[in-house]
Design a protein around this ligand. Structure first.
Ligand SMILES: [Fe+2]
Length: 159
């Protein structure tokens, strides 16, 4: 007997939702990588607080990457793998370790806004497919990235 999938979704629904999850995963992976790099390379009088804030954020994102990829697998699709595959799936640019500390935080804040937009679009597709588990996961990711964006914005002196 072959291991078939019967979880209440059509093949088209599963692949549509997985494609959206893949975009969210790729954006999240790019921001994770940049946040970890800036955690290492940030410099200046605020070093310690920036270094720690970024650590808190990259750790949370690292855990979420696994959950997002495993949701794609639960839908019967293949999770993206490899540096070039990930690079081709996101519009988020690599970080620049020579940037000033404030510019690093501003860039990350904007990147979280990109993830937020990607997640919001993905929720629409998952909702259309009545995929509540994915809607739930993406709603949680939406809130997490809004919180990261707020913390970066507040650190920069914004509301
Ligand atoms: Fe560290």
């Amino acid at each position: 007997m072959t291991a078939t999938i019967d979880t209440g979704f059509t093949k088209a629904e599963r692949s549509d939702v997985a494609r959206e999850l893949t975009k969210v995963l790729a954006d999240s992976f790019a921001v994770y990588m940049k946040t970890h790099g800036y955690h290492w390379n940030v410099r200046g009088p605020e070093f310690f607080s920036y270094h720690n804030l970024l650590e808190q954020q990259y750790r949370e994102m690292w855990e979420a990457l696994d959950v997002l990829a495993e949701r794609i697998r639960s839908l019967g699709e293949i999770a993206p793998q490899g540096h070039s595959t990930f690079a081709n799936l996101t519009s988020i640019k690599e970080g620049d370790p020579e940037k000033a500390a404030g510019d690093m935080l501003t860039e990350l804040m904007k990147d979280h806004e990109t993830v937020i937009a990607t997640a919001r679009a993905a929720i629409e597709v998952a909702d259309q497919a009545s995929d509540e588990a994915t809607v739930d996961l993406l709603t949680e990711r939406l809130g997490a990235h809004e919180k990261f964006a707020w913390m970066l914005r507040a650190t920069l002196g914004g509301r």
